[in-house]
Design a protein around this ligand. Sequence first.
Ligand code: SF4
Length: 584
Amino acid sequence: MRITIAQASGFCMGVRMAMNTILKHAHESDEPIETLGPLIHNPQTMELLRKKNVTTVKTPAEVTASTVVIRTHGVPPDIRGQMEARPVRIVDATCPHVKRIHKIIGQYYAKGYAIVIFGDKGHAEVVGLLGCAKGKGYLIQTPDQIGKLPGLGKVCLVAQTTQNLSEYERIKERIRAQYADAAIFDTICRATDQRQAEVVALSKSSDAVVVVGGKNSANSTRLADLARASCTHVFHIETEAELNPADFTGTRSVAIASGASTPSWLLNRVYERLSEIADHQRPLYQRIFIESVKIAVSFNIYLAFGAALAAWTASYIQGMSANYLHMAIAWLYINSMYILNHLTNITENQYQEIFKTDYIYRHRKISILLCMLTGLLSIALAYQSGLSEFILLLVASFAGILYHMKLLPKNNLPFLRNRRLKDITLSKDIGIAMAWAVICAVLPNAGVSLFTSLPSSGEIVAFLFIFILVFIRTIFRDLYDIQRDNIVGRETLPIVLGKKLSLLFPYPLLVLCALVPIAGFFTSLIPANSLLLLVCPAYLLLVYHLFIKNKLAGWAVFSLVLDFTFYAPFLLILAATAGLVPGL
Ligand code: SF4
């Protein structure tokens, strides 16, 4: 079963801005926050906000918190006036597209126009728009209703942002025919417009369509209705738990679309569940293979083997022959630390890595055992390797454990709110890259030079190369996890820079990653074949483009493809050494 995710998916711009605003306030203070009406029409997101002490009130009179948020749909001016009269801090999260319509209505009302609004009766946004029209607003749902309106004189036409585009075109035609001088505005937002066009196209080319979104969400319901016009198997669901495998028997292709208020973590969970259903339709040998791959990825065995190969690459850069003991140490250490990370992040990971977290959660005892076993074994091997290696690994392991521990009691102090090292801005990105670089590039030399001499130039090149490579990998992962990190309040680079800037950030890093082996080569600091390391930035560039084009759907595929970065230089250098590809 082929699964396609619509390009326009996850939160739209307005919802993302509102969520960012509210989460920022929630993370800055433990004070309760209230939203006037549900922030968005998505029960799962609202439940998540409730856990963060963000609750909903229906009217300004019910507000008890000191901070109140106006939701994306906006409010009528009289409600805003009532809120401003109260001693509360108002956070306005009204979507800019909705604000624009408020402004249009305000201007044309002042010029004496009657305001015709194409929208759903009772919808929060429409209530706000009618409020702006101050009694001169006329709500319609179909072109036919235009003929039944009283004589209006000058007319201004607007639409609710999430309305059906083709229906609005018909309404515009009818208004033009009846009111030649009407002021008509295109106010259906692009997010809605794109999603509707895409769901129509996908429903024509797929056997089934799954629309993920709140049952009370107007735009999700509209997407499902549009899909039903061309596809007989359409399922409007809120969570993956509603998917019934029997509904997909014989289905060859399924498309996933989502409403503007559906978080991408929920979408990922639906994708993973559909993948599981698809896997069950495969022959046994394929299922065994897929399950084995999932286990290798889930328990970080695949990534840890990549660490062993990164240690090999680091030794190669330094002109040293491979030391299998050091490779094994790198494997075991990385395996242990990543399992520890997942065990201490079960709550956070539930928003993203459904199958991985579920594996670790379901097999928690085995995971704890594996974490301890690999950790202790790495220390034992380091001891066998030498005293310097042993001390270095002990320090690295201790730092890894310390990184996850709560070091301070709960407090509201401005600079001490981060209770764990991993809560400090960028600590994750830098800490992980540093740990890899130390284990892969410094450890092989520890016995020779750790406490006695300065690092060699080859060691510096290897350290920088591994550091940058892992840093880029972590940034890619951060971009993938941006919504989860935002929810849990982790300040990774994409959160600090904002998504737009972060999407540009990998490019200079990739250039830097390419410059290290080039500089090493031209200064003869590293072996000639090391120029083959350029395969890493080239490969990562390809992965990045696939990622931003949504071609790496699903956590398992994303991890498999991304972590192959550590396998690529090893395989290429090996092939060049064997004369299978031209060396340098
Ligand atoms: S769907 Fe459009 S109008 Fe509504 S919140 Fe999102 S961006 Fe704003």
